[in-house]
Design a protein. Structure first.
Length: 310
């Protein structure tokens, strides 16, 4: 079960599809094995980058069950839904299947701190207080701004919240403020894993993050950066991170980032196809050439980027 002491890298898993749009369960199994081989502590499925809204309910359950079966570590399942009935059903089903916890994002309609706190109180009431869960804070996409104070209120009010997926931007000061709450005793300690395609992971670790929960095409690099940072080898962590930064930046483009990520995972031999389920972002031939160029430059410093063309 997920706890407030988690650290390391929880990879955000894409959902693999074949060229016809059907779920490619063989590629999902390879993906699970790959995440285990490179040292990921956990995997998160059915997140925003997992194309969860494009899946039918039975497909979502099948994807989650497959990852729980094939990944050797902890699996977190995104259960955000328009209504609490669907959220409860998926949450209970995946926990029964062996998930470590679930992740809940706020709906975009929330505006005030009271609305935000009330929503999560009702969500926890729906899924059950026995399920550990991750609070997803992603205002750039979700349009819900959660201040450090409202996050503290959620954590203090709802003991089953054990982790924050921090994706505010800029967000370094938010991490520092939350850790200050902990030091002064006004908030219980909680695991903080960071997203945003790991764009700021190097400094997020220095501000007190416990690791990453994101989906960059080189999770093995994220594992190394987190480990180096935790070992106090700051310069080495920054050097490795900086080598990947041009590709990280390219992959972080809104609307096409998942296409880039899947393309690289296909080049790495993990996914059989880079296909997304429609509607989806599409990259031009010029964009593919740019990604290949960035991979070639990165391979001079990190041989893991020497990929065979997809």
């Amino acid at each position: 079960m997920l706890t407030a002491q988690e650290s390391g890298v929880f990879a955000i898993a894409p959902t693999a599809f074949d060229d016809a749009g059907a779920i490619d369960f063989a590629s999902m199994s390879r993906l699970a094995e790959f995440y285990g081989e490179v040292g990921c502590t956990g995997v998160t499925v059915l997140g925003i980058m997992g194309e969860a809204p494009k899946l039918a309910a039975d497909e979502a359950q099948a994807v989650a069950a497959g990852m729980i079966r094939d990944f050797p570590g902890q699996v977190v399942v995104g259960v955000s839904a328009p209504g609490f009935a669907g959220m409860r059903r998926l949450a209970r089903d995946v926990m029964d299947a062996g998930a470590a916890g679930v992740m809940i994002a706020p709906p975009s309609t929330l505006r005030t701190d009271e609305q935000i706190l009330t929503y999560f109180e009702q969500a926890v009431e729906a899924i059950g207080t026995d399920i550990p869960w991750v609070l997803q804070d992603y205002p750039l996409i979700l349009s819900v701004v959660m201040t450090p104070r409202v996050i503290r209120s959620i954590i203090e009010t709802l003991p089953s919240c054990v982790m924050l997926k921090h994706e505010d931007w800029p967000g370094l000061e938010k991490i520092s403020r939350l850790r200050a709450f902990e030091r002064e005793g006004s908030m219980r300690p909680i695991s903080i894993l960071c997203g945003n395609g790991a764009m700021f992971l190097d400094f997020e670790m220095e501000r007190g993050a416990d690791g990453a929960m994101t989906g960059y095409a080189f999770p093995d690099m994220l594992v190394d950066v987190v480990r180096l940072s935790q070992d106090g080898r700051t310069d080495e962590a920054h050097d490795l991170f900086d080598a990947h930064l041009p590709l990280l930046r390219y992959e972080q483009q809104q609307g096409v980032g998942l296409a880039v990520r899947k393309y690289i995972l296909a080049k790495r031999g993990i996914l059989a196809s880079a296909a997304q389920r429609k509607p989806s972002g599409v990259l031009t031939e010029a964009a593919w050439r740019e990604v290949d160029y960035l991979l070639g430059r990165l391979a001079r410093l990190d041989p893991r980027a020497a990929c065979t063309p997809a």
